[in-house]
Write a protein that binds this ligand. Structure first.
Ligand code: HEC
Ligand code: HEC
Ligand code: HEC
Ligand code: HEC
Ligand code: HEC
Ligand code: HEC
Length: 421
């Protein structure tokens, strides 16, 4: 089997370049992982938390010199003794940064690179992390798909060459063999094809079956064209004005007609905002939509004083987000205790005319966020959620440096019975 050797060599070469190629991708993410696991408990790129916002840090203090930064991160307390700038920080933040003596130079470099890229990203791009990771993993899938296809074709060609060479050498040596079978009747090829179809088909069938009853991007037509962009975006009405229940209870709830009428008794036409369009491009007359609201409210603008709010009929809004009955999800737990922004789960509502479902609401979605998200643990017993003072073990572990942050997972966010009835 001499002709086989070049094939294996070439395949190894290709596989090798594939590994190198995928290695480049992971490097950029290392900084993010390190930042999230080591620094994010006290630092954010944009906001001051326990420690200062780290965006643009190389323009401040001694940090333009990377050597100084290495020294600082590995031993803040020691560094501070001889440095006025950081003494000033300590006076301001009233807390001492944890030392990371084991972080390597490259790791600190990776963290800084991550902070820089986040800082330079346009602001609203930074918030779209959900969609971003999804598209980048999609791109990877496509790239790997194409590479596998190319590899498969090369392997086929090489096999064909191999069998031709064998035939030639057989002819030269005068060995008689049966006529070679054309490749489309070759049992080995047919078997290989069947396996490929089975695997690819099985993958898509399973994926489709898992996705049944999920409805990302679901955007039903509502009885009134009510625009979140006009209300929550342009006119900056707080989400909690209408969905105040989200702060106190399980459901965010949809406001009643009377809540709308608080403003619309006076605002009876739509003149100031931009033109409105349905998803299919049809233009919408805002003033006419407000008249629909009046029909539900039983309100006659010409005879406003005679209005009787108790005669209002509810608007039949179509519910967009629907978890199955066996799942327990509580808004106040996330919005109030967890301090998760509405937009993290619902997308840029303030830019949507008609609301559409942003997250897939799968179990993986919930669980992945619980694995990564840190809770507002009161690390020093002063700041943060007082409720967590009951987790004595974590407090001791943090003091002794065994752990530096507490995620939802640690407080039981992966336990089946917390999310399932
Ligand atoms: C336990 C909380 C905590 C953790 C974890 C932490 N820091 Fe800090 N960091 C602080 C505090 C507080 C300050 C302000 C100086 C002081 O009081 O010690 C600070 C200051 C800094 C500064 C100076 C900022 C400026 O504006 O000049 C840098 C740089 C820094 N930290 C980097 C990091 C990096 C990198 C990590 C992760 C490897 C990290 N920190 C992890 C609390 C923390
Ligand atoms: C003036 C009242 C009002 C304000 C302010 C408002 N909403 Fe709404 N919201 C509604 C109404 C009415 C509906 C139902 C109609 C629809 O789906 O568009 C709704 C629907 C929704 C839905 C879809 C609910 C479902 O059916 O699953 C989400 C999510 C939502 N709002 C989030 C927000 C967020 C986030 C904000 C703040 C950025 C906000 N809303 C501000 C009135 C409001
Ligand atoms: C951690 C993710 C998450 C956050 C944060 C979040 N929501 Fe929701 N929201 C959901 C899920 C999941 C549902 C579906 C609930 C169901 O079907 O029982 C939902 C449903 C809704 C609904 C439909 C009515 C209801 O209560 O079922 C509205 C309106 C809504 N959210 C508004 C908001 C607003 C306003 C905020 C911010 C104050 C917010 N949400 C924050 C995940 C979230
Ligand atoms: C806090 C005040 C306020 C509340 C509450 C409010 N609106 Fe509005 N609404 C406005 C303003 C301001 C405009 C824009 C008027 C303009 O630009 O001319 C508007 C515009 C509208 C329009 C025309 C534009 C569009 O979105 O299609 C409709 C329809 C409408 N509102 C329906 C509702 C409904 C339904 C509710 C209750 C769920 C509601 N509004 C609650 C202030 C409010
Ligand atoms: C964007 C991140 C995020 C997503 C998505 C998310 N959660 Fe959470 N969840 C949190 C945070 C943060 C907390 C911690 C709140 C606190 O501090 O008590 C939490 C806490 C919980 C808890 C309480 C856990 C405990 O041990 O006390 C339950 C139950 C829960 N979430 C259910 C769900 C379900 C069900 C879903 C999906 C439909 C979901 N969560 C999606 C961030 C998220
Ligand atoms: C953070 C919340 C959360 C936790 C923890 C959780 N689940 Fe789920 N689970 C969900 C949600 C949300 C769904 C609905 C998914 C959907 O509709 O696609 C679900 C669906 C399911 C389903 C139905 C199959 C499906 O995909 O729809 C099963 C079975 C299930 N979970 C079992 C478990 C078991 C066993 C555990 C413990 C190991 C667990 N779950 C822990 C949130 C959770």
């Amino acid at each position: 089997m001499i002709p086989c050797k070049p094939i294996t060599q070439k395949l190894t070469l290709l596989l090798f370049s594939l590994t190198v190629f995928s290695g480049i991708q992971t490097y950029a993410q290392d900084g993010q992982t390190l930042f999230q696991s080591k620094c994010a408990a006290c630092h954010n790129v944009f906001k001051d938390l326990t420690g200062p916002a780290l965006g643009g840090l190389e323009t401040r203090g001694p940090w333009a010199d990377r050597q100084e930064l290495y020294k600082w991160v590995r031993n803040p307390e020691g560094y501070m003794k001889a440095d006025e700038y950081t003494q000033g920080l300590k006076a301001k933040y009233n807390s001492i940064m944890t030392a990371f003596p084991a972080l390597k130079d490259e790791e600190i470099d990776a963290i800084v690179t991550y902070i820089d890229t986040e800082f330079k990203k346009p602001k609203d791009e930074g918030q779209k992390t959900n969609g971003e990771t999804a598209t980048s993993s999609n791109q990877n899938a496509v790239i790997f798909g194409v590479i596998s296809l190319i590899l498969a074709i090369i392997a086929l060609i090489l096999m064909q060459v191999n069998s031709n060479l064998k035939k030639m050498s057989d002819d030269a040596e005068g060995v008689m063999r049966p006529e070679p079978v054309p490749f489309y009747r070759n049992k080995v090829y047919i078997a290989m094809l069947a396996i490929v179809f089975f695997v690819v088909g099985g993958y898509y069938v399973t994926k489709g079956a898992i996705g049944l009853q999920r409805q990302t991007d679901y955007q039903p037509e509502q009885p009134i064209y009510y625009s979140h962009k006009v209300h929550a975006g342009i006119n900056q009405i707080n989400c909690l004005y209408c969905h105040g229940n989200a702060w106190e209870s399980k459901h965010a709830a949809i406001p009643s007609v009377n809540v709308c009428m608080n403003c619309h008794k006076a605002i009876n036409e739509y003149t100031k905002g931009p033109k409105l369009y349905k998803e299919n491009g049809e233009e919408v007359n805002g003033t006419a939509e407000i008249q629909k609201l009046y029909a539900y409210a039983g309100f006659d603008p010409k005879n406003a004083n005679a209005w009787d709010p108790s005669k209002a009929k509810p608007i039949e809004w179509v519910k967009i987000h629907n978890l199955p009955d066996h799942v327990y999800f509580n808004h106040s737990q996330h919005v109030r205790a967890g301090k998760v922004q509405c937009q993290t789960c619902h997308g840029e509502i303030t830019a949507m005319d008609e609301v559409k479902q942003f997250s897939e609401l799968s179990m993986g979605w919930c669980v992945n966020c619980h694995r990564e998200t840190k809770v507002d643990f009161n690390y020093d017993g002063k700041k943060g959620n007082k409720f967590y003072s009951i987790y004595e073990k974590f407090h001791n572990d943090i003091k002794s440096g065994k752990m530096d942050s507490v995620t939802v997972k640690d407080i039981g966010g992966l336990e089946c019975q917390k999310c399932h009835y």
